[in-house]
Ligand binder design. Structure first.
Ligand code: GGG
Length: 354
């Protein structure tokens, strides 16, 4: 019997609803594979902010550091500026626990019709490896004369040799492990951002030398956005900065059917700290409370958490069950053309486990 203490941050909006289904599925698979979950709920996010003036308590990171993993829903509220929730909760967690890898797979599953014509199951199959602790999301900058007509804001991007090399190396290792096209594409914009992005490009060239068995390519972010739509089959592992990775994975999600199918893992590969697993999508206030949010991205994030914890068989079981539900097409939420409710999809995945 394995035992895991998992911190749960449902967060805001549909995050609360989809995490419910994720836990339901993980409890069910835990029963089959001898996994005992101890879920520790933290009611942090926008409601907490409205009551306390911060999105998490001052000892929040210390509390999370005790856990074996973090399972997160979504953050964001229409009445609160997004930088407060993202910058007060997600980004400090990613940085403090050195979750420098954000893995975001995009796969076209059987039963899903891509908005791109002519693609069948498996014909889009890539992982974006997003740098998760520095780049454009580094918390470096400031204001001069805030709220005055002379107001000025400076936002600096940070690209360190260490930070670039370690994320790029992770991408190459992943390309080896996946053993598919064995190709890594670097996303850059060094034609315009001629300092930080040059550190990135040079790191890519250096690390690539250690992987002669892996093919490489380098694309400007604008060209990469175009090629994600024009020829998504040409991508295997894609490595990009914090911002570029975030942009590309929305495209990756939508060309493979729905934001509601896109999982992610914020990972400390060295396992010094807990890693965090969350759907790529946000809190979706437009559908909150209607019971129609797609929980599959969260359930698949749960599978990524299982794999990170070393529970490979259970991870595979959750993935297979989720894909069976998608392929059958009988229990799908409206984003995938169905009429089912969030909890029906969770139930269907549980039923498909056995
Ligand atoms: N489930 C993820 C979530 O709530 N995301 C909100 C968001 O704005 N994310 C941006 C990011 O991941 O960098």
């Amino acid at each position: 019997m394995s035992e895991y203490n998992i911190s749960v941050i449902r967060g805001d909006g549909i995050g609360i609803e989809v995490v419910e289904e994720g836990i339901k599925v993980l409890n069910a698979v835990g029963g089959e594979y001898g996994i005992d979950w101890n879920w520790v709920e933290h009611p942090w996010g926008s409601d907490y902010y409205m009551e306390n003036g911060t999105v998490m308590p001052s000892d929040g990171l210390d509390t999370l550091s005790e856990s074996d993993g973090i399972f997160l829903g979504a953050v964001g509220h229409p009445d609160i500026q997004d930088h407060i929730t993202l910058g007060g909760l997600l980004l400090p967690i990613r940085r403090s626990f050195d979750q420098y890898v954000c893995e975001r797979p995009s796969v076209l599953y059987e039963g899903i019709t891509s908005p791109l014509e002519g693609y069948g199951p498996g014909e889009i199959d890539m992982v974006v490896v997003r740098e998760n602790t520095e780049g454009e999301y580094a918390d470096v900058g400031g204001f001069v004369y805030p709220d005055f007509p002379e107001e000025l804001g400076i936002q600096s991007a940070v690209f360190t040799r260490k930070g670039c090399e370690r994320i790029i190396r992770h991408a190459f290792e992943l390309a080896r492990r996946r053993n598919k096209a064995r190709h890594v594409t670097s996303i850059t914009k060094s034609n315009a951002l001629g300092y930080g992005m040059l550190v990135w490009d040079r790191a890519f060239d250096r690390v690539a030398e250690d992987y002669p068995d892996i093919e490489t390519g380098s694309l400007l972010i604008d060209a990469a956005c175009m090629d994600f739509i024009r020829r998504p089959e040409s991508f295997d592992v894609v490595v990009g900065s914090n911002l570029f990775g975030d942009i590309l994975t929305d495209i990756g999600a939508i060309i493979t059917g729905s934001m509601g199918l896109a999982p992610s893992g914020n990972i400390d590969p060295e396992r010094r700290y807990p890693s965090m697993f969350e759907p790529v999508h946000g809190s979706a206030p437009d559908i909150t409370g209607q019971g129609i949010a797609n929980p599959l991205a969260t359930i698949l994030s749960g599978a990524m958490m299982l794999r990170h914890l070393g529970e490979e068989a259970a991870a595979e079981s959750v993935e297979k069950a989720s894909l069976r539900v998608v392929a059958l097409g009988e229990t799908l939420t409206p984003d995938l053309g169905g009429t089912s409710r969030t909890e029906d999809v969770g139930d269907a995945v549980v039923a498909a486990l056995t």
